[in-house]
Design a protein around this ligand. Structure first.
Ligand code: HEC
Length: 170
């Protein structure tokens, strides 16, 4: 009788565990992005308040860039760190809350916003930056929660200035 009780308790506990796990699988992933990242798309979707690199010329990605044709823009905080030639002085760092947006074009239209945001306090930060890519309507193509795993390896290779590659290539 004691054994039977043990077995049925075990069965009940397993059933609870199984149904708890199943519930997780069925529910959509509604885990919210962190507030900083949730608000980030709204800060990058328009170019108002941004200054374009090289007068807004459409540039071709230089090896080893995977990004293709692009225009580059800096928010006013990032722009303030650039020298008169429009580059970050070698050895300098971008200040907190700098945002750099790479508007990537495919077939003449905007396809991807690749974004770096300097945000030490953000849980998604890697090498000082939040790394994220959005589609034109704000869907995260490359999720910030991946912590730049697909980005920092390349952006930390020589040469870079605070993980920004453009200045030494364009
Ligand atoms: C294999 C190398 C490589 C990988 C991987 C890579 N990038 Fe880049 N990225 C570059 C290069 C090179 C540039 C310089 C501009 C150009 O020629 O395209 C650049 C430029 C940028 C810029 C403009 C600022 C700068 O550094 O010049 C942003 C923003 C950016 N990348 C975001 C990302 C994000 C986000 C990821 C990951 C999802 C990523 N990159 C992955 C090579 C890479």
């Amino acid at each position: 009788m004691k054994n039977l009780f043990k077995i049925s308790t075990l069965a009940l506990v397993s059933l609870i565990i199984i149904s708890a796990c199943k519930k997780d699988e069925d529910e959509p992933d509604t885990t919210p992005s962190t507030p900083a990242v949730a608000g980030l798309y709204d800060q990058i979707k328009s170019d108002s308040g941004y200054t374009y690199f090289d007068g807004g010329k459409l540039l071709s990605g230089k090896a080893p860039s995977p990004h293709g044709s692009f225009k580059l823009r800096f928010n006013s905080i990032a722009q303030a760190a650039l020298d008169t030639s429009g580059a970050l002085p070698a050895g300098s760092q971008f200040p907190e809350n700098s945002i750099i947006v790479k508007d990537i074009y495919k077939g003449g239209s905007l396809a991807i916003y690749a974004v770096m945001q300097k945000k030490a306090s953000d849980p998604n930060v890697a090498s000082g930056w939040v790394w994220v890519e959005y589609g034109p309507s704000g869907n995260e193509i490359y999720r910030a929660s991946l912590k730049g795993a697909g980005c920092t390896g390349c952006h930390s290779t020589d040469k870079h200035r605070d993980y920004v590659k453009t200045f030494d290539l364009h």
